[in-house]
Write a protein that binds this ligand. Structure first.
Ligand SMILES: Cc1cc2nc3c(=O)[nH]c(=O)nc-3n(C[C@H](O)[C@H](O)[C@H](O)COP(=O)(O)O)c2cc1C
Length: 225
């Protein structure tokens, strides 16, 4: 395959992807979901923290999810009724420069000696305190990990589209109550984490009625002269 072929394939996947709310009966094969999930797992994260995990809700478990969240997830109504799978993107809370998860991320990347760890942690301290002003603000720390889950979500949606699977990103829900309910189900530990966003997967029931709307390309892409 030439580079042009690859570009065409990627471009076709972007052209085909739309937010699909209503799916047909078809269930996504497990190996295809595993392929999609690989792209979340392998997504980049700031300082390599990987302050996330991905809960896969298959067709068997969607009724349980639906019973717990349907009344507050206004953005997920037809998806909860028809999707083959949901993935809940869970972001770590309180990922401070001096916390265990930060240290573990360094160890994973082969930085294990005391001096190396100390100098990296100092750098992350400056990053979190001086540059991002978030070290002592739990909400800002959570927003930091939460926004990184959207990278994984984007990668999953593109990968899905490349193999003919549709998706819909979903953040239309009451965050606080949804997280409480999922904690009651035992799916998440509210002390440590919370759902940032969700994505549904399946096969579209119909093509969209309207052409996809986008601002003119030149309005959003600026090349400096
Ligand atoms: C971060 C994010 C959150 C979204 N949340 C919802 C949602 O809760 N429910 C929904 O039906 N669509 C949701 N969407 C889909 C958008 O409405 C859709 O992507 C947008 O209108 C552009 O259309 P397209 O994806 O078909 O190109 C969301 C999209 C993004 C990127």
């Amino acid at each position: 395959m030439t580079q042009e072929d690859v570009k065409n394939q990627i471009r076709a996947a972007f052209d085909h992807r739309v937010a699909v709310r209503v799916y047909n009966e078809q269930v996504i094969p497990k190996e295809d979901m595993e392929f999609i999930l690989d792209t979340a797992w392998l997504s980049p994260s700031s300082v390599g923290l990987e302050g996330w995990r991905f809960i896969v809700v298959d067709k068997k478990h969607i009724p349980e999810l639906s019973a717990a969240i349907k009344d507050l997830a206004w953005g997920a109504q037809p998806q909860l009724d028809t999707a083959s799978h949901f993935v809940l993107l869970v972001a770590e809370k309180n990922a401070r420069f001096d916390g265990e998860s930060m240290r573990q991320s360094l160890v994973r990347r082969g930085i294990t000696d005391a001096e190396g760890l100390e100098s990296r942690i100092k750098l992350y301290q400056a990053f979190q305190e001086r540059d991002m002003q978030m070290a002592d603000n739990p909400r800002a720390l959570w927003d930091w990990t939460a926004k990184q889950t959207y990278i994984a979500m984007g990668n999953m949606m593109t990968a899905a589209s490349m193999i003919g699977i549709d998706s819909c990103p979903i953040e239309g829900f009451n965050h606080e109550v949804l997280n409480q309910r999922l904690a009651e189900l035992g799916w998440i530990d509210l002390e440590k984490e919370a759902v940032a966003t969700m994505v549904s997967f399946g096969y579209r029931r119909k093509d969209p009625k309207h052409p996809r709307a986008r601002k003119p390309r030149q309005e959003v892409i600026t090349w400096l002269d």
